[in-house]
Design a protein around this ligand. Structure first.
Ligand code: SF4
Length: 291
């Protein structure tokens, strides 16, 4: 069962005044109840990665990487996926301001759970590379403590990671949202090329990768698109340990409404089990291990 770390809301708007306060209630009694800094201090802390805007966190098993994981959702994302199920993480508006040390400490409290299950930390979002300085420092602190680390990323900002940063990441969950520029742009409003470049780099470095592909009827499930994605991933078959084909679901619809954004997929129904299985077969036909 997920343990939900969603807490109070910090809105980083000028009307908040001089001082910005990190809300920490509900974060297991730790974190930064006393984190109160001026706006210029906050900008500097964000630049150095001393402080990050953490949307929420949860403990999960059998998703977001191996074993039991603490998945931390960081605010901010450059993509605008039509099927996003966490649209409230897209903008740098909601979340809890927390210091990198306090978040690392919270992760380390679960060390015995991670050891027993082969789990660890997964940074997700939003896009975990959006707040790159915070992500970089958190990954190093946790990885240096001997805990397995993973990022769940679209790869769009992969160039922000140095090779040294990648040394602190044990596994990359790489979301390949479509297989050609036009479809990728229609689905995400961004370009595909950076994801391919990042995937090529991970392949050269022999970094373990789990690819994720979401089947969205009428948007990503055409035979051509699925084959294009499979061809791209097949190039990385040496380091891609598995492909996870995930059916689109409508569970994010309420969040789109809550934040006042138009939700384009209101009338899209989830794909049938047969069509998801068909997509899995396309990946299997390239010799990939598929779930
Ligand atoms: S990359 Fe993820 S968080 Fe960002 S818009 Fe797409 S689905 Fe949402």
């Amino acid at each position: 069962m997920a343990q939900d770390g969603t807490t109070g809301i910090v809105t980083l708007e000028p009307q908040q005044g001089e001082r910005v306060r990190g809300v920490a209630a509900g974060l297991g009694g730790t974190a930064d109840a006393d984190l109160e800094i001026t706006r210029p201090e906050l900008l500097e802390a964000r630049r150095t990665g001393d402080v990050g805007l953490v949307h929420s966190w949860e403990l999960v098993t059998a998703v977001d990487g191996p074993g039991t994981r603490m998945t931390i959702f960081l605010s901010g994302c450059p993509l605008r996926c039509v099927y996003c199920h966490n649209p409230d993480t897209m903008e740098m508006k909601e979340g809890t301001l927390e210091s990198v040390e306090s978040v690392a400490k919270r992760v380390m409290r679960y060390r015995s759970v991670f050891n027993a299950s082969g789990g660890g930390l997964t940074l997700s979002g939003g896009e975990p590379l959006f707040q790159i300085a915070f992500t970089r420092r958190l990954l190093k602190l946790v990885h240096d403590a001997g805990i397995h680390t993973c990022i769940d990323t679209s790869g769009y900002l992969g160039a922000r990671l140095s090779d040294e940063d990648l040394d602190n990441i044990d596994l990359v969950l790489l979301d390949v949202k479509s297989g050609d520029e036009a479809t990728y742009n229609a689905v995400t409003k961004r370009e595909l090329a950076p994801t391919i470049a990042f995937g090529d780099r991970l392949s050269k470095l022999d970094k373990p990768v789990w690819v994720r592909f979401v089947v969205v009827p009428g948007h990503t499930d055409s035979e051509e698109n699925v084959n294009n994605v499979a061809d791209i991933v097949a190039r990385w078959s040496d380091n891609v340990e598995r492909v996870e084909v995930l059916p689109f679901h409508n569970m994010g619809a309420d969040k789109w409404k809550r934040i006042g954004l138009p939700y384009e997929l209101e009338d899209v129904t989830p794909p049938t089990p047969e069509s998801v299985e068909h997509v899995r077969e396309v990946f299997r036909s390239r010799g990939l291990t598929v779930f």
